[in-house]
Ligand binder design. Structure first.
Ligand code: FAD
Length: 387
């Protein structure tokens, strides 16, 4: 059994982010959310705190922390708001991590310092209009033009987080760069800097939740980038994104745990103050049991993501544990959001109450970075069941 109790540094980080979320994010985020506006000033503050550099070494501008530290920060942010939490999660796990894990020394030195400082954001373009869960079905292509030594990229990516903000510097896209002798696609990852001619970013989607985060469709029409923008080896793109998604699931799980805990926080306050039939609604055992169950679920989800993170940090296999944590925490986040809304009665349906935002934000957790069905497939495969 791994020990995933927090070190004094982790505890200090938790306190700092909790305070920031409470003092800075909570008073402002509702307005950004209502206006569907990206909260640049909050993201800038998060950058100054070093949150975008948490799991990266200091030599690239990072904080020298680990994945546990990232999860702690995400959990505390999501207790208050998920849009800022997903901006951090995607910025770190999907924007910077592929470059850190698979980039050349030159690519790391070029991109990581600004990404770690939160001055720039990166996106990760895997999903396409015709394929999400079945990402091996990528249709975007990249052809090497030997004459100019450039990749020529064509295709469309959809639902890409952090891909169209004023500070987005790059999107790493997966594309078919060739075929194996038996006809299988060779999928590779290529860095496309923002503003490259032919790279078009659509207007933000109108979403059910995560309304203060940036999600766009991207299209590529004869987009030319230098051959040196290939990330890692040609044909390794599929393996790379599987690794990136395994890690990302731990981060999403921490975020989901935060949302589930935020539902407990809000419900406790409300149950103590709202009165019905002459007494606080929290005096009723039916309400107490709901909140006790919510706390049990958030606690168990926390154990699950910290277990997966500890395995990752200690260099142990963590694929199954990451899928278990993601599956469990995202489903209980939806449960907690439903119960918290119920406890708030009609006010729970009003957007000015944080639980309404949590209810809208919870559902995507069962879909993004691998749906619940995909997590079950992965767990079954790890148990030796799937073919
Ligand atoms: C707000 C938001 C942000 C996102 N950010 C990013 C991002 O930054 N980068 C990125 O690349 N993608 C991103 N995504 C995309 C997300 O990862 C995909 O939506 C997700 O992986 C599901 O893919 P899909 O939408 O194509 O659904 P599909 O794959 O079409 O699935 C539809 C349904 O069928 C089920 N299903 C599919 N195959 C099977 C099977 N074999 N067995 C059982 N059930 C199955 C699925 O579980 C799902 O319920 C984002 C999505 C959203 C909504």
């Amino acid at each position: 059994m791994l020990d995933h109790r927090l070190t004094p540094e982790h505890k200090e980080l938790r306190r700092t982010v909790e305070e920031f979320a409470h003092d800075v994010i909570a008073p402002k985020i509702g307005d950004f959310y209502e206006r569907h506006e990206f909260p640049y000033e909050i993201v800038r503050d998060m950058g100054r705190m070093g949150l975008f550099g948490l799991p990266f070494p200091e030599e690239y501008g990072g904080m020298g922390g680990d994945y546990l530290a990232l999860g702690i920060a995400l959990e505390e942010l999501a207790r208050v708001d998920s849009s800022v939490a997903i901006t951090l999660e995607a910025g770190v796990s999907l924007g910077a991590m592929p470059i850190f894990r698979f980039g050349t020394e030159e690519q790391k030195r070029e991109w990581l310092p600004r990404l770690c400082a939160g001055e720039a954001l990166g996106g990760f373009g895997l999903t396409e209009p015709e394929c999400g869960s079945d990402a091996g079905g990528t249709r975007t292509t990249a052809r090497l033009d030997e004459a100019t030594d450039e990749w020529v990229i064509n295709g469309t990516k959809c639902f890409i987080t952090n891909s169209g903000t004023d500070i987005t510097a790059l999107v790493t896209v997966t594309a078919v760069t060739g075929r194996t002798p038996d006809g299988k696609p060779l999928i590779s990852s290529i860095i496309v800097p923002s503003g490259t001619p032919g790279f078009t970013v659509a207007a933000p989607y109108s979403k059910v939740g995560w309304n203060a985060s940036d999600t766009r469709e991207l299209s590529f029409s004869d987009v030319r980038v230098p051959r040196a923008n290939l990330l890692g080896e040609e044909g390794r793109g599929y393996a790379q994104f599987l690794r990136i998604l395994d890690e990302g699931r731990i981060a999403i799980s921490a975020l989901a745990t935060g949302l589930a805990q935020g539902c407990v926080d809000e419900s406790l306050t409300y149950a103590r103050t709202r009165r019905a039939f002459g007494r606080p609604i929290g005096d009723n055992q039916a309400i107490q049991f709901k909140i006790a169950d919510m706390e049990m679920r958030a606690h168990t989800a926390r154990l699950a993501w910290r277990d997966a993170a500890s395995r990752l940090v200690h260099g142990e296999p963590f694929k199954k544990e990451a899928a278990l944590a993601k599956l469990y925490s995202s489903e209980i986040a939806v449960d907690n959001a439903r119960e918290a809304t119920q406890i708030h009665g009609g006010y729970g349906f009003m957007n000015e109450y944080p639980v309404a935002r949590m209810w809208r934000d919870a559902k995507i957790l069962e879909i993004g970075e691998g749906t619940s069905e995909v997590q079950r497939m992965l767990i079954a495969r790890e148990l030796g069941l799937a073919g």
